[in-house]
Design a protein around this ligand. Structure first.
Ligand code: ATP
Ligand code: HSE
Length: 318
């Protein structure tokens, strides 16, 4: 593995937005970026090892060594680039994305690490830090296991992503590869997030999903994904129809019963609402006066966030 021309004092700072995945039927494929951003500064030092400093969301719950998700993702990126990591570095994270709530915090951390590693390497070899979004998008989807959250964090706006199909002889496959269509959300849509106090890990929420679904449900779901893309980008009046899911929310209902009760109430009031990612937060895509009505439906103890879409994904800051 060749040494990169690291120099002590080289530094990059990246900001990465939160995301909400699925939006109902777009399980593991559709995401939106929300304007809540984690910020991370990585500096090459002459002290051997990794120093991790964390402030903000999750600060008390994450490891402060090489097993930290941002650091692990950096090391994985350098490994893939066939670059030996620097002898010493300091990683400072200022987190705003809540952990384990369905706002894509793990994907945000993975995108942060890969993007920072990519930018530092570019800085070392060319004197100018920049980020190659296709590289970050592809590796982040591999590390996260599905591209919906990570692609939204990379590209911003709304995204529709899919993986190469290795069983299809007509698809050229070398490495696992993610393709993402970047979509522009309709300006009338206001994403609201209802945040309960409890957490639910994605791994737990995925463990209750069935291995197989009925053909009728698969057919109904694929129709709704088409409606979702149309509603999200062209005609928000179809949002409630386009956010109807047939695959994952019902099997998970016992894991987030209070969240499903809120989804049902909002949908009953004519507002497009879904579980955000693997839950337990609830996402409402409000239009016009629906925003105020939806916020008034928040159960006691729940926080309502009104972050707006993040129009840009990962970015370097000075
Ligand atoms: N900024 C971060 N730094 C380090 N580790 C993180 C960070 N964000 C998330 N993690 C790790 O990921 C875990 C949460 O990931 P998980 O996939 O369960 O939920 P989520 O990504 O917040 O929600 P979802 O995937 O449903 O949108 C945290 O408990 C922590 O271990
Ligand atoms: N598509 C994922 C999003 C959470 O990471 C799921 O619902 O499990």
């Amino acid at each position: 593995m060749p040494d990169a021309p690291w120099r002590v004092g080289q530094q990059v700072c990246v900001e990465v937005p939160a995301s909400s995945a699925n939006l109902g039927p777009g399980f593991d494929s559709v995401g939106i970026a929300l304007d809540i951003r984690d910020r991370c500064t990585v500096t090459i030092t002459d002290a051997p090892g990794v120093e991790v400093v964390v402030a903000g969301e999750g600060a008390d719950g994450v490891p402060l060594d090489e097993s930290h998700l941002v650091v692990r993702s950096m090391l994985r990126a350098w490994d893939l680039l066939d670059v030996a990591p620097p002898v010493g570095m300091r990683v400072e994270c200022r987190n705003a994305v809540p952990h384990g709530r369905g706002l894509g915090s793990s994907a945000t951390a993975i995108v942060t690490g890969i993007g920072a590693a990519n930018a530092l390497w570019r800085l070392a070899i060319s004197g100018s830090a920049d980020i190659e979004p296709h590289f970050v998008n592809d590796l982040a989807a591999q590390l996260e296991g599905h591209p919906d959250n990570s692609s939204a964090s990379v590209w911003g706006g709304a995204t529709l992503s899919w993986l190469d199909d290795r069983s299809d002889p007509n698809e050229e496959v070398s490495l696992p590869h993610t393709t993402t269509l970047a979509l522009s959300p309709h300006p009338d849509i206001r994403p609201l997030v209802f945040l309960p106090q409890v957490q639910l890990s994605t791994a737990t929420a995925r463990s209750v999903l069935p291995a197989y679904v009925r053909l009728g449900d698969a057919a109904a779901n694929s129709a709704r994904v088409g409606v979702l893309v149309h509603a999200l980008t062209r005609d928000p009046s179809y949002l409630r129809a386009g956010t109807r899911d047939y695959l994952h929310q019902e099997p998970r209902r016992p894991s987030y019963a209070a969240s499903m009760a809120l989804v049902d109430a909002l949908r009953g009031a004519g507002i497009a609402a879904t579980i955000s990612g693997a839950g337990p937060s609830v996402l409402a895509l409000a239009v016009g006066e629906q925003g105020e009505r939806a916020a008034a439906d928040a159960p006691a103890g729940w926080q309502v966030l009104d972050p707006g879409f993040a129009q840009t994904g990962i970015r370097l800051v000075d």
